[in-house]
Design a protein around this ligand. Sequence first.
Ligand code: HDE
Length: 690
Amino acid sequence: MTSDDRTEKDRQLDGYRVDQRDSVLTTDQGIPVDDTDNSLKVGERGPTVMEDFHFREKITHFDHERIPERVVHARGSGAYGFFEPYDDSLSLLTRAEFLSTPGLRTPVFVRFSTVAGSRGSADTVRDVRGFATKFYTRQGNFDLVGNNIPVFFIQDAIKFPDFVHAVKPEPHNEIPQASSAHATLWDFVQLQPETTHMMMWLMSDRALPRSFRMMQGFGVHTFRLVNEEGLATFVKFHWTPKLGKHSLVWDETQKIAGKDPDFNRRDLWESIERGAYPEWELGLQLVAEEDEHAFDFDILDATKIIPEEQVPLRPVGRLVLDRNPDNFFAETEQAAFHLGNVVPGIDFTNDPLLQGRAFSYLDTQLIRLGGPNFPQIPVNRPIAEVHDHHREGYHQMLIHKGRAAYHPNSLDGGWPAPAADKGYTHYQERVEGHKIRKRSESFRDHYSQATLFWNSMADWEREHIIAAFRFELGKVDALHVQEGVVRNLNEVDHDLAVQVAEGIGVDAPGPPITPNHGRSSPALSMAHEPADTIATRKIAFLVADGVDASHVHSVMADLVAREAFCEIVAPRGGAVRGVNGERVPVTTALPTTASVLFDAVMVPGGEESVRALSQDGDAVHFVTEAYKHGKAIGALGAGTRLLEAAHVPPGSEQGVLASSDVDLEGFLASFAAAVAAHRFHRRPIAAVPA
Ligand code: HDE
């Protein structure tokens, strides 16, 4: 990156960065330290003396290094980048300049997260993923604190503590970690049918993203855009990944959780380090104020989507992440997102979930970051100027000059003064009503959209959903809870409920109260993703001594030209010997890796290499397991014999490409197409022992 490409936020952070190269060790007071390996003692065998200020300071700081983790979304990883609108067309609808100034690159920090697990939990658990974006706009910070699923579990924020207590590890024994497969969650679910739609998404492959870079993001709530005239338009925010939306399969995710618990975090970090910058398109669903009631659901209900077939996405700009943080704690851990951070031109609606969030996010930072001055932490600081009458508080970093920390004042010239027409003006919505604790009748239908989701799935997506329900409910140790969930599922789709009931061994339900309405929304399925790129897909080349190095070179050159990431995997590290004595450097040794960490496998030829691999249980398992998980598998020349050893049947329609080397061009094109297809879900794998 040249210095000209740097964002204003990046330059601001320079003032806080500390480069310790060529520096001597000092205390926090700047006193040089001559020895940090031995405490100050009376004689060589002690005792240690109290006056050892360096020892005291070192231990004290260490004792205080931890802060509370986030109460939800504790595990996450972040990156910086920018947002750029395509044109100025939104200027008619919103005062938000960052959405409508062509060429204006607004710096961003994005944090992705899981929800239920604690900070050290595995990345690939079945869970919702957070997708929180802080836009450092010239008009102040705007935080779009979204998820990778467009609906939520509950309709009213007052239910959030109940829901989170149910999904988190159970309070008596703190089991299970980072998993919804336990009785308390499903007890809550069966008693609170508003969760049904979200549970359909959670049991789908959406909860198992292959990469943060390959998942959608959603603002979830309906917000408002407000223009210069004060006119509003309802809006839903959508992030669409440039690399397409892709998921892992359940068996794979469980194995990755052990092999590489940092799988998604590493993937984000590595792709940015390699210059393959993740990118999303921002799309908006816009609904005129007068159409608020034009739908058969309430647009203020966060358990509902607006189907894209009804209100198509309007593409408005792109988000690019191009820089990893320098320090995880300072930046990613201390990043404080707040749904209440909006800029002029973006406003709230009366969605009761949204209203509650507007309180919670500020409140939670006070305990997590230890006081009201957390907006001064470098990652949280706006690039817009900040002037206020707030004073003091823990960790105050600023030296406010002047006498008058109040408004109005005459002693400091009346400054800082209200911004008049440049200021944030709340949308003047007319509201009236009785003060009541009640849910709107328009929030009552909990099943129609769950059915819409189910109807929109491809057959393999449905199989995965049924398997997920069977797994999760199979872990529930209370029969009445299992039965309660099946009763709710029956109102989604009878066949779904029957299949889940059969799998967990409870009685199949009778006919539902309301039969399946038969409608679908193709945009909800992941089966229609274009298979047009293999960029950043990880491909393992399985090799041993005696490998045909020309196969390695020609196939790898082709895949790299298509922007795939290739690794040479061999029984040991270092290098292997090619069939003509050449040195082939090894990227990863088999004992340190596994097929689950790759998207595809390539087995080059070379009699000796393939013979060795066929007798190596790890190598054979690598291929069998990749087959089981639906991954593209290629083999050239003698390499095809490793597929035989792994009992993997060749067949291009199922993504297994074995070639005798005659038509390399044809092989390369078909292999790349198979990798781009991501997964082959129709393989007969029931009996595959991997
Ligand atoms: Fe959050 N949520 N949430 N949430 N949420 C938090 O704030 C809360 C909800 C989301 O990377 C907390 O700083 C309430 C919906 C993300 O730092 C907390 C309700 C959506 C993140 C909180 C919701 C989200 C959080 C915990 C119900 C998707 C991580 C730590 C009304 C649109 C942000 C923190 C990051 C984090 C409260 C529901 C997304 C406690 C009360 C709906 C991505 O304030």
